[in-house]
Design a binder for this molecule. Structure first.
Ligand code: SP5
Ligand code: ZN
Length: 342
């Protein structure tokens, strides 16, 4: 399998993440890329290739222009306003003051475009997000041309990013951008399968009213897990999209037996609707030792995940989402990919 990678994904190196009431070194750190790449190389998965550039048009196909412009200028505006640290949102248009007017001050605009407060914007965040979606689009391009699977070593991740908000370490929704491009290329139905521990709320929002992209997500029950406010089983899509959003929330402590049963159901639905291409939002924060998650998947469960995905028989693009701070991130990612290739 071909891997797409760029050192430029490491341009974003945030210093702060608000976690458990403390400003900590972010879980979503550049070292993640090195750990995965090291394992890709060591395992003989296949060649590693640099992405090509695609510009912002494919981004604007899923994200609002004002949101993209905000991301492009946020850090410079934040510094120009004399702020000492990184751009951390701390005020939102909340239920009691629903905002329709976008403020001018960067502090107010930051809250307008943010879902969450843990993700700070720092130097080169926009540049890294651009490279990350170029990796996704390059991987998609390879799979479209060859029919062969590909792996985009994306960073920052994407699945929490909605049409107009960042959060959960995500800025551009790489999987949504790739799915949308696959449709432009001529496919009539694409599946996004999200196996990151966290619900892919951004991907869900982007395609919620549509039937040309089916979104299936397996994740920690939002009653107990980030992103808390979306990801319930009764969120099934709207209008013509009804039935094309499928959520499998599972409780903390979920092991591979339970998780893989949900996976099989999700795969059956993807098969049933006749999807022609599969985009996998590949998070390995389902791992038993992940520092911010609570599922119990083990390293030797992951090859079987890859085998089950391969059995669908679809052209497949894997895009990295979450998976944190442990040596095993590389092992677990490559276990899925090698299981698929086997
Ligand atoms: C792409 C992705 O996986 N994003 C996840 C973002 C989650 N950020 C908030 C994490 C909150 C963790 N709280 C941990 C409590 C554990 N004791
Ligand atoms: Zn995650």
């Amino acid at each position: 399998m071909l891997t797409f990678h760029s050192e430029s994904t490491k341009l974003r190196r945030a210093k702060t993440e608000l976690n458990e009431g403390l400003l900590m070194t972010p879980f979503e750190c550049p070292e993640r890329v090195d750990l995965v790449l090291e394992r890709v190389r060591a395992s003989g998965l296949g060649p590693v290739q640099a992405p090509t550039r695609f510009g912002l048009d494919p981004v604007l196909a899923v994200h609002d222009r004002d949101y993209v412009e905000f991301l492009a200028s946020c850090w410079e505006e934040w510094k120009a306003a004399g702020m000492a640290g990184e751009a951390i949102p701390n005020i939102w248009p909340s239920r009691s003051m629903p905002g329709v007017r976008i403020p001018e001050h960067i502090e107010g605009r930051l809250g307008h475009y943010a879902q969450t407060g843990e993700t700070s914007i720092c130097a080169n965040t926009f540049e890294a997000a651009e490279v990350s979606k170029d990796i996704a689009l390059s991987a998609l391009g390879h799979t479209l041309e060859s029919g062969e699977p590909s792996f985009g070593l994306c960073r920052p991740p994407g699945h929490h990013a909605s049409s107009n908000q960042f959060g959960g370490y995500c800025f551009f929704n790489n999987a949504a951008i790739a799915a949308e491009q696959a449709l432009k290329h001529g496919h009539s139905r694409v599946a996004v399968l999200d196996i990151d521990f966290h619900h892919g709320n951004g991907t869900q929002e982007i395609f919620y009213a549509r039937d040309d992209v089916i979104v299936v997500s397996l994740h920690g029950d939002p009653l107990h897990c980030f992103p808390y406010y979306l990801g319930h089983a009764d969120e099934t899509g709207s209008g013509r999209g009804e039935g094309f959003n499928v959520n499998y929330p599972m409780p903390p402590g979920t092991d591979y037996a339970r998780w893989s049963a949900a996976l099989d159901e999700g795969l059956a639905r993807i098969r049933q609707v006749g999807a022609e291409l599969l985009v996998v939002s590949l998070g390995v924060d389902t791992f038993e030792h992940d520092p911010i998650s609570s599922f119990k998947l083990r390293s030797d469960d992951y090859p079987d995940v890859g085998r089950r995905l391969a059995a669908l028989g679809l052209p497949t693009v894997f895009l990295l989402e979450g998976g944190y701070a442990v040596e095993e991130i590389g092992i677990n990612v490559v276990n899925v990919l090698s299981g698929f290739d086997a």
